[in-house]
Design a protein around this ligand. Structure first.
Ligand code: SF4
Ligand code: MSK
Length: 648
């Protein structure tokens, strides 16, 4: 488990071992390239660089000397606000375009039964139909699905009114949004307007920009992302707890290894089916392999894990390292978080890098057009391509590390797990929060970033939170980091959780850290929080709940959009690494302090995981006090020695 190297890049020894091999070969990875960027541009890191028009680029001197304005007269707070808001827009666009692809796939499943896609969760279909005001009486599943898909698609292009899933939020929260006039009208509209407002010479009030930033982010969390999650559940099944394994050690020496990487399960679901085809398994055997091993990286990995229990090879920073094992016949990518460095590293091994989305092509790679209409046929062709590559495999170096885990805690699964078949409900969760066994709930999500030691912030933060009886819900690369550290098993409750949380986990048979899926599945956390409010006993709004959010090692614009929709939904949200806002005290004060009076939730940034935990614990205690359910507030803070012992 322990890594004794002094200059470690990761707390995961599988990563450090793989990095030794790439160094021996003279290969560059994300870590070496990150070093080469030092020292980083301070203007950029603090959000003070503007290149919105070509009178610039302009930058503001952070030390109070000239220049204090851009050529057009833009101040530090305006430049920082515009940059931040544009990150929200880009993040919201990415999640929402994913949601659109899923809605189109549902339409296809409804209209073309031979497309390979079908309705897997009829209950969810009917539940969503109700929210979207689709008549279900005397209609077949396909007829309902068609209308549901059409209604969902309308949410993107709508010009007026309100996006449908806003209704999932507690009424008090909807009231806050109505009062601020920030209920999203249509997903695309808010993103376009954000880009317009932040172009040169339009919105020049940082507070006004951030109000629309909130609206845009809500269009992601309660719009594009929620559409993606709910419709994926209809198409591929609503996740429920299942076992899986994680880390580079899931790659097999004997099987054809196919690694799927990116975000949209529209691709990976078809690969799951194709990899199980008898003909293809026999073909693999005829090439000298034992079978086919389908594994994932990043959020696609989370998608195939939570629905099929398929293994995860690693999180975002492990994509190059998976190839460097020499054991990957094909890495198949679609969209988001795919490093442009992959062709370079793939060239040094036999790995075929295969792109599948017209939105995400990479020069010099094989491209298989995977439109929703030909998905299964194309998936089979891709699997065949990987198999034919197996005889080209040379020496393999697969780190041994792999860890068991349980994943698949959708909102429905948590409901069922806590309440049982006949009383599915969040009442037991709320009861345990009120009686203090569980102090609160934290959503710990987001990416990894080579600016900090890989996985360390995720793991240290989550360890401290569960030790302090805070139930943790996770998604994305953060969930993968904590899975590798062994937190996602029921046994870890005894080992790591505080007494109260451990008792609850033991009674229910759940881990103290619940894996809820991919980045778009952060919308599951929004629904869970809304449910906690609706059940009662913990206040009338999300902002009154003893809960918090965190992205300890974030890097993507998508994370900023997620952070903003959590904050606008009333959640105190802490980001590690840093935030590109430090260049403006005025803007920082606005999002770190003034936001609390506006949204009930606010941003914070703290790179040290121990201090981050302290902020979250203090916030949760503050909320418990306000609710009148506060008792013992003892905090267990981990020293460096204790943290070192967390190494995977
Ligand atoms: Fe400079 Fe203003 Fe143009 Fe930005 S918009 S680059 S601050 S002139
Ligand atoms: S994949 S967005 S690095 S979590 Fe969703 Fe991981 Fe962040 Fe990509």
């Amino acid at each position: 488990m322990k890594n004794t190297k002094i200059t470690k890049k990761s707390i995961d020894s599988a990563v450090n071992q793989a990095l030794e091999k790439t160094a021996e070969k003279g290969l560059e990875t994300v870590w070496e390239r990150s070093e080469l960027q030092k020292p980083r541009c301070g203007f950029g890191e603090q959000g003070l660089c503007c290149h919105i028009c070509y009178m610039g680029p302009c930058r503001i001197n952070p030390k109070g000397k000239k220049p204090q304005q851009g050529v057009c007269g833009a101040t530090a707070e305006l430049i920082v606000a515009r940059n931040f808001a544009r990150m929200i827009a880009a993040g919201a666009a990415a999640h929402s375009d994913h949601g659109r692809a899923v809605a189109k796939t549902l339409l296809l499943a409804a209209e073309s039964p031979d497309s390979g896609y079908s309705i897997k969760d009829e209950n969810k279909l009917r539940k969503i139909a109700k929210i979207l005001e689709v008549e279900v009486k005397d209609r077949t599943n396909e007829e309902i699905a068609k209308k549901v898909a059409e209604k969902a698609l309308e949410n993107f292009g709508k010009q007026e009114g309100e996006i449908a899933f806003i209704k999932n939020a507690p009424e008090t929260r909807q009231g806050v949004w109505h009062e601020l006039n920030i209920v999203p009208r249509g997903v695309d509209r808010e993103i376009v307007e954000m880009m317009h407002r932040t172009s040169i010479g339009v919105d020049q009030d940082h507070r006004n920009i951030m109000l629309h930033g909130a609206r845009t982010a809500l269009a992601d969390g309660w719009g594009g992302s929620m559409i993606a999650t709910e419709l994926q559940d209809i198409l591929f099944g609503t996740p429920s707890p299942l076992r899986g394994q994680v880390n580079l050690g899931v790659l097999s020496e004997k099987d054809v290894n196919i690694v799927v990487h990116g975000h949209e399960p529209v691709l990976s679901e078809m690969l799951v089916h194709a990899a199980q085809e008898k003909d293809l398994i026999n073909l693999a055997k005829s090439k000298g392999a034992k079978g086919i091993n389908l594994a994932g990286i990043c959020c696609t990995a989370n998608e195939i894990l939570i629905r099929h229990g398929l293994p995860i090879a690693g999180n975002i920073l492990q994509q190059e390292l998976a190839i460097s094992t020499g054991a990957v016949e094909a890495m198949i990518v679609d969209v988001q978080c795919i490093m442009p460095s992959l062709p370079e590293i793939a060239k040094c091994y036999h790995t075929e890098l295969i792109t599948t989305s017209s939105k995400g092509k990479i020069e010099d790679t094989k491209y298989f057009e995977l439109s929703e209409k030909n998905a299964l046929k194309t998936a089979k062709k891709i699997v065949k391509e990987a198999i034919m590559n197996f005889p080209n495999r040379e020496k393999v170096n697969i780190p041994k590390e792999k860890m068991d885990l349980i994943a698949g805690f959708s909102h429905e699964a948590i409901n069922y797990m806590l309440g049982g078949t006949f009383r599915t409900s969040y009442v037991p969760l709320n009861d345990n929060v009120v009686n203090g066994r569980i102090k609160g709930v934290a959503g710990v999500v987001g990416c990894c970033n080579p600016k900090v030691i890989h996985d360390q912030c995720h793991v240290s933060l989550v360890e401290e939170l569960i030790a302090n009886n805070i139930l943790v819900v996770q998604t994305g690369c953060s969930a993968i980091a904590c899975a590798k550290a062994g937190f996602l098993t029921p046994e870890s409750a005894v080992k790591y959780a505080g007494k109260g949380l451990s008792e609850v986990c033991k009674a229910v048979g759940m881990p103290p850290v619940l894996h809820s899926g991919s980045c778009v599945d952060n919308s599951r956390i929004l629904i869970a929080l809304s449910e906690m409010v609706k059940v009662g006993g913990l206040g009338n709004d999300i902002s009154e709940l003893p809960v918090a959010g965190a992205a300890p090692e974030w890097m993507s614009e998508k994370a900023i959009s997620i952070g903003q929709y959590f904050v606008a939904s009333g959640v105190f949200t802490v980001f590690g690494v840093g935030l590109p806002v430090g260049g403006s005290e005025i803007f920082s004060k606005h999002i770190f302090k003034e936001f609390e009076n506006i949204f009930g939730g606010m941003w914070a940034t703290e790179p040290d995981p121990g201090k981050m935990a302290a902020l979250i614990i203090d916030h949760i205690n503050k909320k418990r006090e306000k609710l009148g359910i506060s008792k013992a507030k003892e905090r267990i803070l981990y020293d460096m020695q204790m943290r070192r012992e967390l190494e995977v």
